[in-house]
Write a protein that binds this ligand. Structure first.
Ligand SMILES: [Zn+2]
Length: 377
């Protein structure tokens, strides 16, 4: 990995500047990808933009910026996007600045005298250009990003594992109103534009591989595939499976790891009507405190693994436990010995899974040893 320090004049940066909206922003003779397509929106406030121009006009240093060498004479801006956009949009006459060079009225770049324009154009930016293996770049980007204008992890990965596969994948998963939004936004967490959809689906896709791949390994494996049809097909299969199994939508379905469930369970056969009956019952059960766990629970239970731990079954409260403890006179009904309150635990006489509720009539206080013996049966 090499990191090279260079000085780039504002005039060279602005040369070829073009804002193509959602298709991205380029500068530096078209060779610098300032805002890779769909990566993020411009977020600087007017005062912050003004502060950048003020700094440049006075010849004071701006913080160092980071570009990634893409290896083909092109660069991607990793850190410094907002400062770069402030400079380029000012030179493009998109906004005016107050008190620039001592002028009292707000001025656009185009209305400055040419010697002052030249002063801005000759300002030198300090840029580190880095080149290295993809995993080196990713580590490095994550480090600098902590101090900079935060990109999400997936935005960083998109920069590092750039290629035909991720470009095509972004068409499906990364644009406001993208195909994935139409098909699955109600099942996905986060937003498309900050790459949450893409992150989820690549994570799921890698999880089904043999051996399992993490997000970075998965992106590296597919990086140079001509398109991401495979990923899109996979996502469609996941959503179709979810909609077939669970035709009744509930808000708890949003943001669940559906791809992971698909990978684990899609080869089993389920009866949607039976699943729905069970879900409705569990949703209405006030002892189930973690409603989002219901889906995993019913998928597991139907294949013989009844594990209520994913449901957050309500525990007995302190006042309930005190009441029963006193009624029992501190004696454990299983072993007949006497214990301090702190040494005993609340136990469902009839387990929740057999219909027992978290209520006084179904509570007994057991000593820890007896309670453990009962649970392991
Ligand atoms: Zn006991």
């Amino acid at each position: 990995m090499t990191i090279q320090l260079v000085h780039i004049k504002v005039r060279d940066l602005f040369n070829g500047y073009q804002d193509n909206g959602l298709d991205g922003v380029v500068a530096y003779g078209g060779k610098l990808d300032v805002r890779p397509a769909y990566q993020r929106e411009f977020v600087y406030k007017p005062e912050q933009q003004q502060a950048v121009i003020d700094t440049v006009s006075k010849g004071y240093p701006l913080n160092v910026m980071y570009w990634a060498d893409q290896g083909d004479g092109h660069y991607e801006l990793i850190d410094g996007q907002q400062r770069t956009l402030s400079i380029c949009t000012f030179l493009n006459n998109d906004f005016s600045c107050k008190e620039l060079f001592g002028f009292s009225r707000p001025l656009q770049f185009g209305s400055l005298p040419s010697n002052l324009q030249a002063k801005l154009l000759d300002y030198e930016l300090t840029v580190y250009i880095c080149d290295g293996t993809e995993s080196e770049k990713l580590e490095w980007f994550k480090t600098i990003n902590i101090a900079g204008e935060e990109l999400t992890n997936q935005e960083l990965r998109n920069a590092v594992y750039k290629g035909s596969w991720v470009s095509d994948a972004k068409r499906y998963f990364s644009k406001t109103g993208c195909a994935a939004y139409g098909l699955g936004s109600k099942y996905l967490k986060g937003t498309a534009i900050r790459q949450d959809y893409l992150e989820s689906v690549i994570y799921w896709y890698g999880d089904q591989a043999m051996p399992k791949l993490d997000i970075e390994e998965c992106m590296m494996k597919h990086q140079h595939k001509p398109n991401a049809q495979d990923l899109w097909d996979y996502f469609q299969r996941v959503i179709e499976w979810v909609e077939t199994l669970f035709p009744t939508y509930r808000k708890e379905m949003k943001g669940l790891p559906w791809g992971i469930y698909y990978n684990r369970y899609h080869k089993n056969s389920y009866t949607p009507i039976a699943l729905e009956q069970e879900i409705a019952t569990l949703m209405a059960d006030e002892d189930v405190t973690k409603k989002s766990g219901i889906y995993k629970y019913v998928l597991e239970k139907a294949i013989g693994n009844d594990d209520p731990s994913v449901l957050g079954i309500r525990a007995f409260g302190d006042s309930q436990k005190r009441t029963i403890y006193e009624q029992q006179g501190g004696v454990c009904p299983h072993c007949g010995k006497k214990f301090d309150y702190e040494e005993m635990e609340g136990d469902h006489i009839t387990p929740w899974s057999k219909g027992g509720k978290t209520e006084l009539a179904n509570l007994q206080m057991l000593c820890q040893a007896c309670n453990r013996r009962k649970s392991s049966k």
